[in-house]
Ligand binder design. Structure first.
Ligand SMILES: C#CCCCC(=O)N[C@@H](Cc1ccccc1)C(=O)N[C@@H](CC(C)C)B(O)O
Length: 197
C-alpha cells in the first residue's frame, strides 16, 4: 500500500493506491483505502485489510453517534484519538497503519498518522504503507504548506505513481479525495488496464 495526506490552503487531499495483495497475488486491484469517518474526515488504510475495515467501522459508528447526540461535527483531532485508542488498546492483535485527515473549523486541514504501536502524531503532511519509503524524499523536497487544491492533488498523484511503480504491494488506480469546508470531492486516475494488465 501507498497512502498519503497533504494539507493545502483550505483543506487536505488524501490519496491511495488500490492494491490488496496476499503475497504476490493481487486479491483486489481496485480496493478503496480511503474511508469516510464523518462528513469532513477520512481515513487512509494500510496493513491488514480486515483489521482496518473493522477499525474504521468502529470509528465511523462512534463519530456518527457523537454527532447525533451533539448536533455537531467532530474535529479531526477527536477522530484521530478515537482511532489511536482502539489501535493502542488492541496493539497485540492488530496490524493497522492509518492516516486520519480532514477539515474542521477549529484547525482547518489537519493530518494525524497512527503507527502500528498506537502512537498518534500530528504532522505537516503524512505518508504511509509499504510504498511510502520510495517517496519520502520526493515529498520532503516538493511539499509546501498552503498549496492550492490542484497543486496538492497533483503532487499526491505524482508521489503515489512513483511509489506504485517501485513497490510490489502498491498498484492499480490512484484514488484521491479533496476535503474542504465545501465538502468532499473524489476522483481516480488510471484504470482501464486489460484484465491481465
Ligand atoms: C484477501 C485476503 C487476505 C489478506 C488481505 C490483506 O489484508 N492484504 C494486506 C497485506 C497483508 C497485511 C497483513 C496480513 C496479510 C496481508 C494488504 O494488501 N494491505 C494493503 C492495505 C489494505 C487496507 C488493503 B497495503 O498495506 O499493502
Amino acid at each position: 500500500t501507498t497512502i498519503l495526506a497533504l494539507p493545502f490552503d483550505g483543506g487536505v487531499v488524501v490519496c491511495a493506491d488500490s492494491r490488496t495483495s496476499t503475497g504476490s497475488y493481487v486479491a483486489n486491484r481496485v480496493s478503496d483505502k480511503l474511508v469516510q469517518l464523518s462528513e469532513y474526515i477520512y481515513c487512509c488504510r494500510s496493513g491488514s485489510a480486515a483489521d482496518t475495515q473493522a477499525l474504521t467501522d468502529y470509528v465511523h459508528y462512534f463519530l456518527n453517534q457523537w454527532s447525533l447526540d451533539t448536533g455537531r461535527q467532530p474535529t479531526v483531532k477527536t477522530a484521530a484519538h478515537l482511532m489511536r485508542r482502539l489501535i493502542y488498546n488492541n496493539k497485540d492483535q492488530l496490524q493497522a497503519g492509518v492516516i486520519v485527515a480532514g477539515w474542521d473549523p477549529v484547525d482547518g486541514g489537519s493530518v494525524y498518522t497512527i503507527t502500528l504501536g498506537g502512537s498518534c502524531l500530528e504532522l505537516p503532511f503524512a505518508t504511509g504503507g509499504s510504498g511510502s519509503i520510495f517517496i519520502a524524499g520526493l515529498l520532503d523536497s516538493e511539499f509546501r504548506p498552503n498549496m492550492s487544491k490542484d497543486e496538492a492533488r497533483s503532487l499526491a498523484k505524482k508521489a503515489c505513481a512513483h511509489a506504485m511503480t517501485r513497490d510490489g504491494s502498491s498498484g492499480g488506480v490512484i484514488r484521491t479525495v479533496a476535503i474542504t469546508s465545501e465538502g468532499v470531492d473524489r476522483d481516480y486516475t488510471g484504470g482501464n488496464e486489460l484484465p491481465f494488465g
